[in-house]
Design a protein. Structure first.
Length: 108
């Protein structure tokens, strides 16, 4: 189907995947005032990380693992594990008030 949607409540963008990239995309779309929906195959945001090997760790230190407007909540020079990432993504993805506050303040 091509053309413009006839409904006034149509979305500007649908983001596939609620991982880091999808949440960052949502952050920037919101900053630009676009309407969007983020969808993911997992039952909860961060499920892709929860289902990984228990030994999985990020390969960059926590101070470089930030999301826009939010530093990674782990000590500098530590390497967060898979569950740390899953919790952070779930918290950020579900905390629309936090994201709105960051967008309004211009933090990124």
């Amino acid at each position: 189907m091509t053309g413009h949607p006839a409904r006034s409540d149509a979305l500007d963008v649908v983001v596939i995947g609620a991982g880091q990239a999808g949440l960052v995309m949502g952050y920037h779309l919101a900053q630009r005032g676009l309407s969007f929906l983020i969808v993911d195959a997992g039952a909860e945001i961060g499920d892709a990380w929860r289902s990984r090997w228990d030994s999985l760790r990020l390969f960059t230190p926590a101070q470089f693992d930030n999301l826009p407007g939010m530093p990674f909540p782990a000590p500098r020079d530590t390497y967060p594990g898979k569950d740390d990432v899953a919790v952070l993504l779930g918290w950020v993805g579900g905390d629309t008030a936090f994201l709105a506050e960051q967008i309004a303040s211009g933090d990124s």
